[in-house]
Design a protein around this ligand. Structure first.
Ligand code: SF4
Length: 193
């Protein structure tokens, strides 16, 4: 269909008029009814969008184990109820047949993934962190200005930590504390990559 400049301007006028009417409250009762119907008997949980560093607050409504509604949290000072299109599509994270829900491990050189339990995975992560840290730990470092001197470094450059946008303040605090205690200096966050 060919849209002339005149058609486009007419359409813009209609759209603006509809938006104005909706702002005046003509469409609001119908919209509110649909929303009320959707969230009836659903349990609501506040959460943080995991997708980017803005950290928008969301309200997730769950009924019978299924997400029935997801919206911006109006009480969250970050987004005040709004969401971008990506955040608004977050329910795809829950309702997704491709979502990985178990620990999968692929041994070095292997071509197939094996299912493992969390206990095994956490043990293995701890073992690898300890082994790598012990092998790479730098206790002292020569002073660049005066090579005859050295200073205490206490760090490892062989481990990096990547935080996620769904971590809250307290989790970030604990993660950073643990990383610093281990001597990890490469701390990053998914939103900066
Ligand atoms: S992806 Fe969108 S909704 Fe999610 S935190 Fe970022 S800006 Fe907010």
């Amino acid at each position: 269909m060919r849209v002339t400049r005149r058609d486009f301007l007419k359409l813009s006028g209609v759209t603006a008029a509809s938006a104005a009417l909706s702002q005046l409250g003509f469409a609001a009762p119908a919209v509110a009814k649909v929303r009320d119907f959707k969230i009836r008997e659903a349990k609501v949980s506040p959460t943080i969008c995991p997708y980017c560093g803005v950290g928008c607050g969301q309200l997730v409504y769950v009924r019978d184990g299924k997400v029935v509604q997801l919206e911006g949290d109006p009480d969250n000072p970050q987004n005040q109820g709004s969401l971008c299109s990506k955040g608004a599509a977050l329910s795809q994270v829950f309702d997704n047949p491709r979502r990985v829900t178990k620990v999968l491990y692929r041994a070095p050189g292997a071509s197939a993934w094996e299912e493992k339990d969390w206990e095994w995975a956490l043990e293995r992560i701890a073992e690898n962190v300890k082994k790598t840290r012990d092998a790479s730990f730098i206790e002292t470092q020569p002073d660049e200005k005066d090579p005859a001197k050295s200073y205490i470094a206490n760090r490892t450059e062989a481990i990096a930590s990547l935080g996620g946008a769904s971590l809250d303040n307290e989790e970030c605090y604990l993660l950073t504390k643990m990383n610093r205690a281990l001597g990890i200096v490469y701390l990053e966050h998914q939103a900066r990559i």
